[in-house]
Design a protein. Structure first.
Length: 624
């Protein structure tokens, strides 16, 4: 694992690479391509603007076209507005903005002032696109600098555990807590979390109840501590565990914008709690008075204008501080993304225990942002699933993607507890992944071990070979563009036909009655969007649209469906399979299915890799 100086160097390489790539793509990529990549909304309408509960001026933006394209906007991201002229030229506004809230087709954006909102509301042909995210990089560089500079204290001790020879310690407890509603591995993990003085890893392979175990561990820790912090790399992962904790009756304060837009999640957000506080009406009145006074012409101001303004500002600050303190004092769990843990709302706040979920997807530098606020840390995730996203090949080869979780797994295995009973897949679906990735240690729970959709004659795992050697109509992949990936049109058509055929075997009436759901997965966005269009235009599938989800492998991590169909796309005579060489991505795709997995792939291309060759042969054996 790279030391901290090397981490900083590699992070600098990634920063410069991503910034240069962003600039190049922004200048070279067409507006239509930006929209299809999910990095741009055009056209949009600018709706009402107002001051939110935190006193920031915001505007509502709605996209009116290409609404079936999955976008990449999320809370805290930097965005820029532009206007498109008659000849297609883009004219950017001379300021950056920040996403305050985002849904599927609507977002709320923080603006510099009211004037900016008025200009946008009057403009025609406006759009919004991603800006380069300097903020997260700044937080990561700052975190690495602080950890490196720590001479003593808890931060220096944690550094010694992750980058030195100091072993994580455990308290000696004779009595084990009995949690009979958990399985033995889950119960042991919770007990180890309680005993851990420094670092603990909960390794949760697919379907093994990692979130259930984590929620139980948080609950038990809260019996011993007043507050904990729960973080994850993505907003989606934060929302999922925050919702489970809320269901347990635990008070959660969600810092940031929930991706899971439900009343339950929204009511936990800092902004909503702030606006619902009994003192907020007085604060709102003071803010309105101050805005009105600021608009008073100099000649119309009275002698005590400045004194009155100063008193109002002092009272405003006093109420804001009181509300803020009240929100934190009355919350047991503070939940945010790792980057969100470095925000101003958390200035000066600390806790004893930090939980980092999906830790195997988080860069080390991002974890240190949150680790500065805690005494000990519990890392949960699976390093055999998706790794952190790294764009620079040089940074990746240098080890930037080696996570803190992997470091503990490799150096201090005594601090790792693996969950071994999985509740998602039937035994046949589970077998190959368990053998290849988890040393054959997984077992299927009795309630899922033999379940199937049709009958015992229906093989749960099937590979549909798309190799067309000798076929006049050659099938093959097409490169569409950076950020958009590859497409295989013939394989996409076969994927939809396979979906139709299997849905017909089950029967539409049964599918609707039992709500048997389908996930259609591909590693490439271009293929995903092409599949969406095909499914949308297929008449036989119209009654089932609500039961079908189409998305990338990365977007499906953490999800599951009764039936999964995977389109692998790659088909070329050279055996080039791109990022499918990272087998962790395929592990995710294979382990989403509860009862049926259908893989579509070119055996000649993929079979040149030992993993895919073995998987293909395994599927053929099951068929016979």
């Amino acid at each position: 694992m790279p030391n901290l100086d090397e981490q900083r160097r590699l992070l600098q390489i990634e920063y410069e690479y991503e910034k240069a790539e962003f600039k190049q793509e922004n200048e070279a990529m067409s507006l239509d391509r930006k929209v299809k990549c999910g990095d741009c909304w055009y056209p949009v309408t600018a709706g009402r603007s107002y001051y939110n509960s935190l006193g920031r001026h915001v505007i509502e933006i709605t996209r009116t076209d290409d609404t079936d394209i999955t976008h990449n906007f999320e809370y805290g991201r930097t965005v820029v507005f532009f206007e498109c002229d008659a000849s297609g030229g883009l004219h950017y506004r001379p300021y950056n903005c920040t996403v305050s809230y985002v849904e599927e087709n609507r977002m709320v954006v923080c603006l510099p002032d009211e004037t900016a909102a008025q200009v946008l509301q009057r403009a025609d042909r406006i759009g919004i696109q991603m800006g380069f995210d300097e903020t997260t990089y700044r937080l990561m560089f700052d975190a690495l600098a602080r950890v490196s500079a720590a001479k003593d204290g808890r931060l220096a001790e944690l550094r010694q555990i992750f980058h030195g020879s100091r072993a994580p310690a455990f308290a000696e407890y004779n009595a084990q807590i009995s949690l009979p509603w958990l399985n033995k591995a889950q119960e042991a993990a919770v007990n180890d979390v309680i005993r851990a003085k420094d670092v603990m890893v909960v390794h949760g392979p697919p379907g093994t109840g990692k979130t259930t175990t984590l929620v139980e561990a948080v609950s038990e820790v809260l019996r011993r501590e007043p507050q904990v912090m729960v973080c994850a790399q993505s907003n989606t992962a934060v929302d999922w565990i925050a919702e489970q904790l809320t269901d347990r009756g635990i008070s959660v304060l969600r810092i940031g914008n929930p991706t899971r837009v439900t009343d339950k999640m929204l009511s936990s957000t800092y902004e909503r709690r702030f606006a619902d506080h009994p003192d907020y009406p007085e604060l709102w009145s003071i803010r309105r008075t101050l805005r009105q006074m600021q608009g008073t012409p100099r000649r119309g101001r009275t002698e005590n204008f400045h004194q009155k303004t100063a008193r109002l500002r002092e009272r405003q600050s006093e109420i804001e501080t009181r509300i803020h303190q009240s929100l934190f004092d009355n919350s047991r769990v503070i939940a945010s993304t790792l980057a969100g843990a470095g925000g101003t709302l958390l200035s000066g706040w600390r806790c004893h225990t930090l939980f980092i979920d999906e830790a195997a997807q988080a860069l080390e530098a991002a974890c240190w942002i949150a680790l500065q606020r805690a005494h000990r840390v519990v890392l949960a995730g699976d390093h055999q699933q998706l790794p952190p996203t790294i764009k620079s090949t040089a940074a990746l080869r240098g080890g930037l993607g080696h996570t803190l979780m992997e470091q503990i797994v490799e150096q201090w295995p005594q601090s790792v507890r693996m969950l071994t009973v999985q509740y998602r897949m039937n035994e046949t679906l589970m077998h190959f992944s368990s053998e290849w990735f988890y040393g054959g240690m997984l077992t299927a729970a009795s309630e899922v071990k033999h379940r199937s959709i049709i009958d015992d004659l229906d093989s749960p795992l099937v590979w549909v070979d798309t190799d067309t050697k000798g076929d006049e109509e050659e099938s093959g992949e097409e490169f569409v563009g950076n950020g958009y990936g590859r497409i295989n049109r013939k394989e996409a058509a076969l994927t939809v036909n396979t979906l139709c055929h299997y849905a017909q075997l089950i029967g539409t009436e049964r599918l609707l009655e039992e709500r048997i759901d389908f996930g259609i997965i591909s590693p490439y966005r271009a293929q995903v969007q092409h599949l969406r269009r095909l499914i949308k235009s297929t008449r036989a599938l119209r009654p089932l649209h609500r039961l079908i989800t189409v998305n990338t492998i990365d977007a499906f991590q953490g999800q599951e469906r009764d039936v999964i169909i995977v389109s692998l796309v790659r088909a070329n005579e050279h055996g080039n399979i791109g990022f499918l060489r990272d087998l962790r991505r395929m592990n995710v795709a294979m382990t989403r299915a509860r009862m049926k997995l259908i893989i579509l792939g070119n055996s000649s291309t993929l079979g040149q890799h030992p993993f895919y060759k073995k998987l293909y042969e395994h599927c053929k054996k099951l068929k016979t």
